[in-house]
Design a protein around this ligand. Structure first.
Ligand code: AVI
Length: 316
């Protein structure tokens, strides 16, 4: 985390733990350990999302390239992570001799370093121009340069699902302000499906998701000198098939008093009080079209995997 982000982290953690109900943003999951745990989740058989989107990217690359009409472009990726699926697009674009630069944006400096090593080793001639930080600060920085080029903006991996549907519309409207005629936005959506499938993806028996969520408390211990005793907290997952919201909670096993030494704060938790830590929103096809409209985009088409569990939706 950069020195600039540390006070924001501290401020958001305190206000989230003082709120009723208590709520922390899932964006704080991703420190170095969190990135590692998330890579383990993506490799789990229960977490079907990764394979579905990999299949989609392999299939849709030629069509995306055709839609860019042979013009030079910037491939901008919001929340790039390890970029493993995007490499299928890059591979195709390079084979098709497209003139483009890869501009991943990620809040995690560590994730960008790993990605940078990987990309520059595999494609030393590909312009790799990452931006570390908050999406909009990064988009502002990108927006002020290289003004003539078209953009293919990727928002993959169901990251949009980590917003409520209302916040997703606000977020996508902001992305839209950065885009110009001819630019394209490709967003990954996890589709509504069997509730058992969804629950298994976020409540695996091997405990990877529990470890990922509890790492947030461990991070608060490490970075803010708190004394959460992790064995007194339990990961809990719910899925509401009407709203499509999968939600993660961390639940206190009995009364807890937690001191956050660096901030001189003490937080009390009642027995079984829960901290909301993540929403992973699932969508229907009609909800996705509606979201495109509500965010000021024109829907172009959906690319789906064979099982019809996931789709990437292309908008102008
Ligand atoms: C990053 N994001 C799209 C993941 C998701 O599916 O909501 C994060 C995650 N949380 C638990 N498992 C995966």
């Amino acid at each position: 985390m950069s020195n600039l982000e540390q006070p924001i982290f501290a401020k958001e953690i305190i206000s989230g733990l003082r709120a009723r109900p208590k709520q922390l943003s899932s964006k704080w999951f991703y420190d170095e350990r969190g990135d590692e745990l998330f890579r383990e989740i993506m490799a789990m058989p229960e977490y079907y999302l990764t394979d579905c989107e990999r299949e989609i990217f392999q299939k849709c690359a030629p069509e995306l390239h055709a839609l860019l009409e042979g013009q030079p472009f910037d491939l901008i990726e919001l929340g790039a992570g390890d970029g493993s699926k995007t490499q299928h697009l890059i591979e195709h674009f390079i084979a098709a001799r497209a003139e483009f630069a890869y501009r991943p944006i990620d809040i995690s400096a560590h994730a960008i370093d790993i990605l940078g090593d990987l990309i520059t080793r595999r494609w030393p001639l590909l312009p790799f121009l990452p931006v570390q930080g908050d999406y909009f600060a990064a988009l502002d920085r990108i927006g002020s340069g290289r003004s003539g080029r078209r953009r293919l903006v990727l928002f993959p991996g169901a990251n949009v699902g980590n917003f409520s549907p209302e916040d997703a519309a606000v977020f996508l409207q902001r992305v839209g302000k950065f885009m110009r005629p001819g630019d394209l936005l490709l967003t990954g959506f996890d589709l509504k499906k069997s509730p058992a499938k969804v629950l298994a993806a976020y409540n695996d028996q091997t405990g990877h998701t529990a470890a990922f969520n509890l790492n947030l408390l461990a991070r608060i211990n490490r970075e803010l000198g708190a004394d959460f005793d992790l064995k007194n907290w339990q990961h809990w997952e719910t899925y509401d098939p009407i709203s499509g919201a999968a939600r993660s909670f961390i639940v206190a096993q009995g009364r807890q008093t937690v001191k956050i030494a660096d901030l001189e704060e003490t937080i009390e938790f009642e027995p079984f009080e829960a901290i909301g830590v993540e929403i992973s929103q699932k969508y229907s096809r009609s909800e996705i079209k509606q979201l495109a409209e509500d965010s000021g985009f024109h829907f172009v088409k959906n690319f789906e995997d064979e099982k019809e569990w996931f789709l990437d939706s292309l908008w102008r």
